[in-house]
Structures are given as C-alpha cells and as structure tokens.
Design a protein around this ligand. Structure first.
Ligand code: PEP
Ligand code: MG
Length: 760
C-alpha cells in the first residue's frame, strides 16, 4: 500500500476486545517497537475519528488538526499528512487502515478511493485471520473465542452497543406483511477501478490465469442462471444466456488471448478489449443490438474480479433474517438464499423499482427509501418490518415483539382464510358488481392471481421482460411469453400494456442517454413511438395472442389525441402485416388508453371517442399532478393519490368514459389502498386491478360498502380542501361499514384508520 500510494507509512490499527480502543497491530514505516504498544480511544485522534465516523479521514497537515494525537513511541513527528480508512465488517468498524507521508500532501479522491477499496477488501481478511489464528487452539477455547469475536467484535461493535429499544425508522411501504428477525447486512460492491494488478512474468502463466478467470466467471453465471430461472421463470434466464454466449464467443476469447500473448498483461488486455467492444456497440443503430453492450461490460467486470482474486464474502444468513441493503437490485434475489429471507429493507429507491416488484412477487415484506437505515441497523439485532405501514423497529422490546408477533399471526391466518373464500364475487351491499383483477409482470404472478381469486389480469407490465433482458425483447420471445400468459389465464381477460420503459424503469443502451429529467423525458409510449420497429414487433406479438379473444391492448402514458392516433396507426400497420402473412388475430382487439398524465384526464372526452376503454394509472397520475417524484423518498410525504386534485382528475375521466360508454378501471396502487377503495367505487369505477395478494382485502371492503353511500363520500371528497380530510372520509366509511370488526382484516384496518380518526 505504501509503495502503491507513494507513502512513507502504512499501518493497521485493530479494535481491542474491550471495544473501546484501537491498537497499532502492523506497520511499515513507523517504529516497529510501537506495535501493540500504541493505543488510542475510539474517536480519539484522526485514526480514532475514522473508526468512529465509519468513513475515511484525510488531512494535509495532521499536526495542525485539532483531532491530531501525538505518540512519541512511533516517531510520528516526522509525518505531516495522513489518510485513514475504516475496516468495516457487517456494518461494524473493526479497525483502521492508515497511510502517512513526511512531505505535506493533498490526497486526491483517487487516493481516498483506493485506500477505501483496500480497506473493504482487507476487513473480512482480518476477521478470517483472527478466526484462523484460533485454529490451533483446543476446540473449547476456539469456540469461546469465536463467539467472543462474533458477539463483541462483529455483532456489537462500539457503534453497535445499543442501549435503547424500539428505534423507529420509516420508509415507503413496498410489499405488505410483517417480518420479525435478525438484521443481515449486505456490503456495498467493490469499485474495481482503483485496484492494482501485477501480471505474471511468464506470459504462458498469464494466459493460463486469464483462462481460469473466464472459466470461473462462466461457472458463477451458470449458477445464477439456475437460481433465477427456478425462482422467477425461464424468461428471466435470458440475460444469463447472453452472458454465457459472450464468454464462449470465439472472437472475444481469441482477442483476449492474442492481447495477452502480445502484451503479457491479462487485466490491461481485458480493459482494452472491453473498451473496443463498448465503442463498437455504441455505434450500432438498432437499439436491440446496441443494448448487448451492457452485457459485455457486465461479463468483463466479472472476469476482472476473478483475475484480481476478488471474493465476495457473503456471510451465512440465519433463517428468518431481515436483509438490509442500500438498494433492492434484482441481483440480490440471485445472490441470497431467499428461503432464509423474511423481510427486505433498503435505504434508497422507490416502491416501483424492479427489485421492489420482485419482492412483492415473492410476497416478502419490504420497505424502501429508509433514510438513516445503514447507519442505524446492526447485524444480528432484532428488527420488525411492517411492510404495510413502512415502519421498521430496531431492537424491539418484549412488548413490541409480542404485539407484532400477534399481528403477524393474524395476517397469515387472515390471508389463508380470505383465499379460501376466493370464489365470492366482488359486489357492494346493494348489488353493484366490481371486477377485481391482478397486476402482473412475471409468470409467477399469474399463480398468485389464481390463488387470491383475481378475475383476470388488469395490467400486464410487459417491460419486466425487457428489464430482465436489459433491452428490447425479440418478437419470438414475446410470442412465447404472451402465449403462456393466455394459456395460464384460460378464459379470463388479460390486458397487455405495451412497453413502459424509461423514467424509473431505465435500462442501459435503449437510446435514452442521460436525460436530465427522465420522468418527463422520452419514456413509455414516447420511446416506443420513436422505436417503431420495436413497437410493431410488440404489437404483432400482442395481436397474435389476441386470437384467443381474451386480450385487450393498453397504451401507457398517452398525453393527447395525436399520440393516441399515432399509436393506433401502428396497430393498423401491424394488423396489415399479419393479414399479409395469413396470421390469426382478433380484428376487433379492444385498444385502451392509460390515464396517467393530467392532460389525458383533462382531454378525456376526446380520447374516449377514439379508444375502447380507459385504465387509470394512479401511480403516475399522482406523480404528475402533484409534481412529486414517485421514487424519491424525500418527497414521499407529499405523494398521495387521495389528494382532491387527483380525485378530481379521476372523476373527470369517469365522466368522459360514461359519456362515451366505455369501461374504466384503476390499475395503480391506489386500487388496493383501503382508504381509497370505497371512494373509487363511489366515483363510478367498476374494475380495480392491483398486486394479487391484495385482492382479498379489496374484495372484503367492496362487499361491505353501499354504493350510494360511497358515492356521497366521493362527492364530499372532491370538495375537500386537504388530503387529511379525504383520509378521514375514507376512514370513517371503513368504520361505519363495520370493517374494523371484520374477523380477518379488522386488525390491519384498525392500524390504518385509528391514527386518522384519532387526529380528526
Ligand atoms: C401507474 O402509473 O399507475 C401504473 C399502473 O403504471 P406503472 O406503475 O407501471 O408506471
Ligand atoms: Mg405508470
């Protein structure tokens, strides 16, 4: 390290067993007699400060820094500049890696990055070494020492010794249900750019190392492909197939081997081959092929890790763990033993991220956008995750544990009981029929629509296939997927939405570039209209599926009549192409418009005249009406589909649909919001579509409500002056309908309603 960073000193300090002090344990450059003698308190001196803050500390003039501590035994007066990075394992600081220079030096961000990366690599090595050092001991003393390290060194670091109970954090409720279990933290991935690499002197050996790295990467991808395929369905294996193809590609491998033979360095060869590929892919016009560049990069990074000998230290997870992460990336589901995961909590991200949708599919309680989470949560401490309210409690006391244990049991038995009554219709007390269907994106979701009694698929989010592929899926792949959906749903209706990419559903290399404002940029129908070849391929595929006569076609994010007409022209073209090929399809395939941009709701009359149905996407309608980014946890408190302005736009769309005599449904998350359900019924909505697991809850609410009363509530809500007022109207209806005493859902509803009615 000292050599690489051109420093005079490099030292390692480790935390003592008393968990209060750091001791110098190894040094290059300081007086070696000071090893094990120099000790400083946690938070003391610049080294202690790095440990306490859990982040790097850099200073050009250490002696002038108020935090500087001087130890004569090290001969330290000779060193002017200092850079320290903490060694962190499972979120707890176990030591500090330090470099010092005699000449004053301003540390560049690259120096800080390199030291941090090395500290990240070193931390688990140190812990493992501590464990290995015990290997010679007797079985008894070894296990005692191991528990000592685990108990004190890792699980309860100085920042981990928590005396308070019920530490409450809040985020965006992302997947309902309650999880109670020990915290399991996942470390952030390594930044490889700063790592150093020494090639072998022997070119043969270097070539051999490269081949081994390629083979190891291949084995890893194979493993992930199997896991993801088994969990989410075969269509999700596709991304791994592509990566395997790249590793087996003769051109790719021979370019690498040739480069090593000429230059003798596998890493620089890999980097330059990847750069050349990246440039080539960037120049490809066809977006489908252009996006394959991302796969090459991904594969390259994996091979690089193998060359550098990077190992991912995934600690064993206790069954029933609450996983704490920075963001819920889809990869997580391939990496972790999902059977052991009880809940997922993320510091960043919104409820509509791809990973969040996976969590909902697996019915794992999840919360996203929890600020302060990674600072607070400690490995091993108990946590309660309430995916319904978005609350997390760390180190809960006995009382809270008992309360949530009860709630968890109630939740499980209620879901079971309600599922057993799935055949009952969704009908108000005065006999108005409300159709209840599910939103799906993965084949697995269809099983849940069945289990929870959905009457069909109200929204099929086809972009999930694109997200899995990280690019536009091919026509053949879509044919296959839609055919399976239709088969699985039998005679039940399926509404297939065209690709809704961009915005928060960005994928690399589909021509989006770096938009400053992606939610207002080239997303959704705008992107598909720009990529007409891709759009036509999808329309042909949906039309072929429509031969079953159970399909409806839906356009997302239509903002005005011109856009609808352009999309309709593409449908006409696709029909013509299919007719020319003699393919079978439904010539009267119903074509619907999503109302999710305020302009569409305002101009709903014009749109209603030229389409067959409306489906209101309240997730986006709320975002665009209130100017609140749906994925930004900072403004989440302002995001409410029950805002009178949003209700007004819904009412306007319903009126237009009724005038034109076309059906209208809701397919945003609002459709399963207990406070909203009676109001939506009251506004005249006849179909609600949401996360499959929520269908039984919505059905019980619908079955307890009188549509005349719901209509009066809706009229009042439209005149309300605040979200709180609307919440109170919704809550009062749930209470008056006797739903708070409902044997299955009464408990959940009370938790939602009581704080509202209490405040009124
Ligand atoms: C919506 O915006 O409400 C919607 C259903 O679409 P998505 O959540 O996929 O954007
Ligand atoms: Mg939307």
């Amino acid at each position: 390290m000292a050599k690489r960073l051109d420093a005079d000193v490099c030292s390692i300090y480790l935390i003592d067993s008393d968990m209060q002090h750091l001791t110098l344990r190894a040094t290059q450059g300081l007086d070696s007699r000071s090893v094990r003698k120099v000790t400083l308190g946690f938070g003391e001196g610049l080294v202690g400060l790095a440990a306490q803050r859990g982040e790097a500390v850099a200073t050009e003039h250490a002696s002038q820094d108020p935090n500087f501590r001087y130890f004569p035994e090290t001969g330290e007066e000779r060193f002017e500049s200092l850079l320290a990075a903490p060694l962190i394992v499972q979120g707890v600081t176990i030591g500090v890696l330090v470099i010092q220079t005699a000449e004053p030096r301003h540390f560049e961000p690259a120096d800080v990055g390199l030291l941090q990366t090395c500290a990240q690599l070193l931390a688990p090595v140190v812990t493992n070494a501590q464990l290995l050092a015990l290997a010679g001991d007797t079985e008894e003393s070894r296990s005692a020492s191991v528990s000592e390290i685990v108990e004190h060194g890792i699980m309860h670091g100085p920042s981990g010794a928590r005396s308070e109970h019920n530490v409450e954090l809040e985020g965006i409720p992302t997947s309902r249900g309650i999880a109670i279990g020990p915290v399991y933290r996942l470390e952030t991935p390594l930044d490889l750019t700063n790592l150093d690499y020494s090639p072998s002197d022997d070119t043969e050996q270097e070539t051999q190392d490269l081949r081994e790295a390629l083979a190891e990467a291949r084995r890893e991808i194979d493993g992930m492909r199997e896991v993801v395929g088994a969990r989410f369905g075969p269509e999700f294996e596709a991304v791994f197939h592509t990566q395997i193809q790249i590793l087996e590609d003769h051109g790719f491998v021979s370019k690498l081997e040739q480069g090593v033979a000429e230059g003798g360095n596998a890493l620089t060869t890999l980097r330059s081959v990847l750069d050349a590929y990246r440039r080539t892919f960037e120049r490809i016009e066809d977006p489908y092929f252009r996006e394959r560049g991302a796969d090459v990069e991904d594969v390259g990074k994996r091979v690089m890790e193998k060359l550098l000998g990077v190992r991912h230290h995934i600690q064993p997870m206790e069954p029933g763990s609450v996983v704490v992460v920075d963001q819920v990336y889809p990869e997580l589901f391939a990496k972790l033993e999902m059977d052991a995961v009880a809940g997922i909590v993320a510091e960043h991200g919104g409820e509509t991220s791809h990973g969040a949708i996976f969590a909902r599919t697996l019915e794992i309680p999840a919360i996203t956008g929890v600020s302060g989470l990674q600072h607070e949560a400690r490995t091993g401490e108990m946590a309660i995750v309430d995916g319904g309210s978005g609350k997390i409690y760390l180190s809960p006391d006995e009382m809270l544990l008992a309360e949530y244990g009860r709630a968890q049991r109630e939740y499980a038995s209620s879901v079971e009981h309600l599922d057993s009554m799935r055949e009952r219709p969704g009908e108000t007390t005065d006999g108005r029929r409300i159709s209840l269907s599910g939103n799906v994106g993965l084949l697995n979701d269809l099983r849940l629509v069945e289990q929870h009694g959905g009457e069909g698929v109200g929204l099929f989010r086809t972009e999930l296939l694109a997200l899995a592929h990280r690019g536009f899926p091919s026509e053949a792949e879509q044919d296959q997927l839609y055919r399976r959906v239709i088969e699985m749903m039998g005679t039940r209706p399926v509404t297939i939405r065209t690709l809704d990419l961009g915005g928060d559903k960005g994928i690399p290399n589909i021509g989006l570039g770096d938009e400053e404002n992606p939610q207002l940029g080239c997303r959704s129908i705008r992107l598909t209209l720009e990529n007409r070849r891709v759009f036509l391929a999808q329309l042909r595929s949906i039309l072929r599926a429509s031969a079953s006569r159970t399909v409806r076609l839906l356009f997302p994010m239509i903002s005005g009549l011109d856009e609808l007409r352009e999309a309709q022209r593409a449908v006409a073209d696709a029909k013509r192409q299919l007719s020319d090929r003699g393919a079978d399809f439904d010539p009267d395939l119903p074509v619907g418009v999503m109302i999710e941009v305020p302009s569409a709701a305002i101009c709903a009359d014009a749109l209603a005249d030229e389409c067959d149905f409306f489906s209101i996407g309240t997730n986006d309608l709320t975002q665009y009406t209130l100017a609140v980014d749906r994925g930004n946890e900072r403004v989440a408190h302002l995001y409410s589909p029950l805002h009178p302005a949003v209700l007004t736009l819904i009412a306007r769309s319903v009126d237009a649909a009724q005038r034109a005599d076309i059906p209208i449904s809701i397919c945003g998350e609002m459709a399963t919001n207990p406070l909203a359900v009676p109001l939506l019924v009251g506004l005249g909505i006849n179909e609600l579509s949401g996360t499959p697991s929520q269908i039984p809850l919505v059905k019980e609410i619908v079955r307890a409500v009188d549509s005349g009363e719901a209509n009066r509530d809706a009229r009042r809500a439209l005149r309300a002056s605040s979200v709180q007022e609307v919440h109170a109207i919704g809550a009062e209806r749930l209470r008056a309908a006797g739903l708070l005493e409902h044997p299955d859902i009464g408990g959940w509803l009370q938790r939602i309603v009581e704080p509202i009615l209490g405040k009124v």
